[in-house]
Design a protein around this ligand. Structure first.
Ligand code: KG4
Ligand code: ZN
Length: 339
């Protein structure tokens, strides 16, 4: 007998993107994202404005996801939503919406860890190959930077984490002093292609074991730029490509050195990337090159699944649905949710 398909509605609202997706089993039928442009003029996410924008966006985004998938809401088998980590006010919008809809439709509710989702996105049925367990997971995003051992779909062990800023935050804060707007990661990536990565020498912070640190680097870059613009007001415009290339080069070195250490320490030559910074072309090509040299297996998510999206929440929702790993109405959003 043919098994009935499982339709999951997934909702992601952990930061400044309101996103909804519909999955039929492990296949994405729709994946809608409303990016909140309001934060651009402040050079970073303003939490209060983010939660208000989520409130405005969530109904149209969910409606569009259902419509685009060509199903009716009565066909949904489960509602998956981001339980954390993230900005509490933002998480609460998705959480309360998901809970209300689950009660209304009388379907199971599934809370999802956003950081697990960034890595499990590789299990979406697509043209890209999925890794096998165990593997080394590396999440490089705007809010987190983690190195984990992934032993099974939902069995994660944290091996290292940033002690201060996230790598995406370092891209964004350096880009802000260069006048590149928010988020600055993609702009740095574009300009870095035209510059010399060795033009300026920035420090590689020393964090112990597999932990990481980015704040000393960020402060060094900001001080260097201030000092030089005091001497020459055209310093940034005259050196923008070289500055971007040198910043990107150093940030990639910082994460790469830890990846290499983790692979060797834990004997995990399968490396799986996730999170917004995994869209960075410099990081992608460095990893692809190293794969050939060292015989590693590197899994890079397709670009559409690097930054925050609801499809990644949906695949975890589906995996948990298969395990009957359901949440309940008492489960509350957590800004610092652990694995
Ligand atoms: O995973 P994500 O969408 O949100 C969080 O969970 O935090 O990551 C957003 C981060 C931002 O810091 C953004 O600047 C960075 O990802 N990012 C990039 C690139 N595309 C996005 N950083 C470097 N190069 C890129 N191409
Ligand atoms: Zn994220």
């Amino acid at each position: 007998m043919k098994q009935k398909p499982c339709y999951v509605l997934a909702i992601e609202s952990s930061c400044d993107d309101t996103a909804a997706a519909i999955l039929r089993n492990d296949e994405v039928l729709s994946n809608i994202i409303a990016t909140q442009d309001i934060h651009k003029k402040y050079g970073g996410v303003v939490p209060e404005l983010a939660s208000r924008a989520h409130q405005q966006n969530i109904i149209p985004v969910v409606d569009q996801a259902i419509h685009q998938a060509g199903i009716s809401k009565n066909e949904l088998n489960a509602i998956a939503y981001t339980l954390g980590p993230g900005l509490l006010g933002s998480l609460l919008v998705g959480t309360s919406f998901a809970k209300s809809l689950a009660i209304g439709l009388d379907v199971p509710l599934i809370g999802v860890n956003h950081m697990q989702a960034h890595l499990l996105v590789h299990f979406i049925k697509d043209k890209f190959p999925a890794p096998t367990f165990p593997f080394l997971g590396v999440t490089v995003s705007g809010g987190h930077t983690q190195i984990v051992k992934v032993k099974d779909y939902l069995d994660f062990e944290l091996l290292g984490t940033t002690l201060d800023d996230a790598i995406g935050e370092a891209f964004d804060k350096c880009g802000k002093v260069l006048g590149l707007g928010y988020p600055a990661g993609p702009a740095i990536d574009r300009k870095a292609k035209l510059g010399n990565p060795k033009a300026f020498d920035f420090p590689i912070p020393k964090a112990l074991n597999l932990d990481l640190s980015f704040s000393g680097f960020k402060t060094a870059v900001i001080n260097f730029i201030h000092k030089n613009t005091q001497k020459d007001e055209h310093f940034i415009e005259e050196n923008i490509n070289d500055l971007c290339a040198s910043i990107q080069y150093t940030l990639i070195e910082i994460i790469f050195q830890k990846i290499e250490k983790a692979v060797n320490l834990h004997n995990l030559p399968q490396i799986v990337l996730g999170g917004g910074v995994s869209a960075n072309s410099g990081l992608r090509s460095k990893l692809e090159k190293t794969t050939k040299e060292k015989g590693w297996d590197v899994y890079l998510p397709p670009l559409a699944y690097t930054t925050d999206n609801a499809a990644m929440i949906g695949i975890v929702g589906y995996l948990k649905y298969l395990n009957k790993d359901f949440g309940n109405l008492k489960e509350s959003a957590s800004a610092r949710l652990k694995f």
